[in-house]
Design a protein around this ligand. Structure first.
Ligand SMILES: *Cc1c(COP(=O)(O)O)cnc(C)c1O
Length: 364
């Protein structure tokens, strides 16, 4: 037995016929970029998330870039975000000429600590990019209040949290813009790169629709300087099949996570805060001797991963910000302790029991 962190083969086997025919339909239609499949997916996604607009783009990183492009960023503007995320969240801030300002996290969840945000707001602060890390919504109501109070924008990087809710609203629909990724390992994954932007703002939606096709509203009529970042029709067709299974798969992730949380006692289980639900993109434990624990699990055929081993302020690419070790202590501490274990919806009951058993045999 070897248990993978994710088993896309089992997922494909369970829906093979539908996927194969969806792909073949696109190939015989001859429409590979945007077109009906993409429109259909945009409608399904906006319906699913109860949001006015969903716009398919090339990937989750482009979704963040395009979102920032609608915000009229000037060089030197500051944008607040978390250091405990995938690099894309902050990379796009630097790429558009702004300065990422990292705020330390709540070590219990890995999400940005809202009580530390206001002290980092200056006259140059233009906005906040909040992340719902591992699939658990951050304290987005508090963060929205701060953004409103200071009249700055709020973008939600929802790459890991499709379908998660804070209160009665979906993650990604609290701020001005939500960005989604359908990278193959995400909870709703394409079979290649894909992403989307969601918003309730008509003007932003129109701007994004232009930006993704070279700033044009009709072929060869370019109104603004844009991008090439379109959702590919084959990926949209795959997503149209898979989105119908998303609730079922998310429920299964939650069920497995519940079993882990009720039965694992040898290491720290993830904390779920009130007034929100988690979609368990990752089930991430905390272990004091993380590297030894990881080696032990891997030797016992359980795949694991570290999300993320180096907080962004300590990455070489962000050295220019001159943030030393010790400057964001909770993010640094969490990065030393985290370890994600398999929580994908195709785990068998035996595998779940085996994972729990092996973890509990570990002594810290
Ligand atoms: C995956 C991910 C992205 C980037 O998405 P891509 O589709 O790979 O470009 C951005 N932010 C977070 C938090 C992610 O997990």
């Amino acid at each position: 037995m070897h248990i993978d962190l994710l088993d896309l083969k089992r997922e494909y086997d369970s829906i093979k016929e539908e996927i194969d025919s969806a792909i073949l339909n696109v190939i015989s239609s001859g429409r590979f970029i945007l077109g009906d499949e993409v429109k259909k997916f945009e409608l399904k996604l906006s319906d699913y998330l109860n949001v006015k607009h969903a716009i398919g783009v090339g990937n989750g990183t482009d979704a963040l870039s395009l979102a920032l492009l609608t915000m009229s960023i000037k060089p030197g503007d500051e944008i607040i975000t978390t250091p405990f995320t995938f690099i894309a969240t902050a990379e796009v801030i630097s790429l558009c000429g702004a300065v990422p300002v990292f705020v330390d996290i709540d070590i219990e969840t890995g999400n940005i600590n809202p009580s530390l945000i206001e002290e980092k707001i200056t006259s140059k602060t233009k906005g906040i990019i909040a992340v719902h890390i591992f699939g658990q919504p951050c304290d987005i109501d508090e963060i929205k209040d701060i953004a409103n109070k200071h009249n700055i924008f709020l973008i939600e990087d929802t790459a890991q949290a499709i379908g998660a809710k804070y209160g009665s609203k979906f993650a990604g629909t609290w701020g001005d813009i939500g960005t989604m990724s359908f990278f193959p390992t995400k909870n709703l994954g394409a079979y290649g790169d894909a992403g989307a932007i969601i918003t309730n703002d008509d003007e932003i939606a129109e701007k994004i629709r232009r930006l993704r096709v070279h700033g044009s509203d009709r072929k060869y009529h370019h109104i603004i300087i844009g991008f090439n970042s379109r959702l590919d029709a084959i990926q949209a067709a795959i997503l149209n099949v898979k989105i119908s299974y998303l609730n079922k798969w998310t429920d299964r992730r939650r069920e497995i996570a519940k079993k882990f949380s009720e039965n694992i006692y040898s290491v720290k289980i993830p904390l779920i805060k009130d007034n929100r639900d988690h979609v368990f993109h990752q089930y991430t434990l905390r272990a004091k001797k993380r590297d030894e624990f990881m080696k032990y699990l891997n030797e016992n055929d359980i795949s694991t991963a570290v999300h993320y081993p180096i907080p962004l302020h300590l990455q070489t690419a962000f050295k220019y910000l001159k943030l030393d070790e010790g400057s964001l202590p909770d993010a640094e501490k969490l990065a030393r302790e985290v370890i994600s274990i398999p929580v994908h919806p195709f785990l068998t009951e035996n595998e779940i029991l085996y994972i729990i058993d092996m973890i509990n045999k570990w002594k810290e």
